[in-house]
Design a binder for this molecule. Sequence first.
Ligand SMILES: [Zn+2]
Length: 195
Amino acid sequence: MDTLKSDVTICGRPIDDYIKQVVDFHGSFAPGMLLGGFMVEHARRNLSPEILFDSICETSHCLPDAVQLLTPCSIGNGWLKIIDVGRFAIALYDKHSGNGVRVHLDHRRLESWGEIKSWFLRLKPKHEQSRERLMDEMLRAGVSVLGIARISIQKEFLEHRHGAPIALCPACGEAYPSEHGARCRACLGALPYKV
Ligand SMILES: [Zn+2]
């Protein structure tokens, strides 16, 4: 990945350090992780540095790992939620007020970035794409291909539900939150496997 060596930083980290961390955590250096790094940086720069923030990823691809590497938010600590509507976007917001920003990759800003456009909109088969050109364009484009907007999270979503009552499922016998209904969601077919 020598071609990527440059003075670019992601959230204050030299690009080489970020790439190494991505490979360790994510398994390989996917283009979406590079763009995801710029997205997290752009969102953080547009939030007050003092606030404690939570995050939402609008896709399960790449972006959750960029958020987990570059912020204190993780799936496990509950500060990162994935709501997979299939859009390449993240939101960071004040966990108390719900005010924050949403950053997305804006296809209208890709006219002069042919490789990014082809990759994002899947305009040509993978074997015809040049990974080197794609990475080079992403590094040069940086945050210029991103759209940003202010958001305000709905109150109900901000309320934490730690103390919800537990029921025992009459079908499988396991414990689950009673607010899910008369049976656990697994017994209603939510899982892709049977025990
Ligand atoms: Zn059950």
